[in-house]
Design a protein around this ligand. Sequence first.
Ligand code: 9D3
Length: 258
Amino acid sequence: MTKQYDVITLFPEMFDAIADSGVTRRALDEKVWALTCWNPRDFATDKYRTIDDRPFGGGPGMVMKAEPLNAAIDAAIQRQQDLQLAHFTNKPKVVHLTPQARPITDAGIRQLVEEPGLVFLCGRYEGIDERLIEARVDLEISIGDYVLSGGELAAMVLIDAMVRLLPGVLNTPESAIEDSFSPARDGYLDHPHYTRPEVWNGATVPTELMSGNHAGIAKWRRKLVLERTLKRRPDLLDSAGLSKEDLKLLNEIHQKQK
Ligand code: 9D3
């Protein structure tokens, strides 16, 4: 079934980035997923279509008003339920993108993509009236501990990460299975990749990859997966269950360092 992603945003044009390019665009064309943006400004009822106001208690900046966001969320949920009428009529979860949440992980993306549809709420300015968040938000997600200008890029990051996991989206399904962080690689990093020419800028390709010996190539790659993870992200190695073969390879890596 087509995944339905609705986004509440003051900047719907930003989503052209995932709608108009790359695998996300192709998957949209193939109706693997659908995107609908809702601008809270279109739900503001006053003459000036006001979507923000000054914070109670004073302080810098502006706060997004509850009511236009509330009406936009209602419209998005109503439309998702209309679309799903023939199937099951569960309410989609409302996801608030905020730096004040636990950063999403690969496991989190894989949980999120199981939902038939989601409504993403993107904040701008200082944030959103807390009462709207309490009343309407099911889930809060950050994409990492750094500061963006708004929730839009974060919503696109989540959508991109989810869509590429959907059946038929990637040319080679193996590349999603074997990606860095994927459970199939025990959460390790990927090995390095090489293509033609055989010598570039004076640099050759590791001889193991030119041997045609598939078992040898697999062993070399596994060793580089472990070496890379050990060097770059030792935190990922700790949490993975190491097999006897992996321990042997790690031993070889250890010998080499001396
Ligand atoms: C200037 C307001 N800041 C006071 C500490 C808080 C703040 C609110 C909203 C800072 C940035 C933002 C905009 N960011 C997001 O909406 C956001 C985000 C992020 O900034 N980093 C990582 N993940 C996310 S998800 C949404």
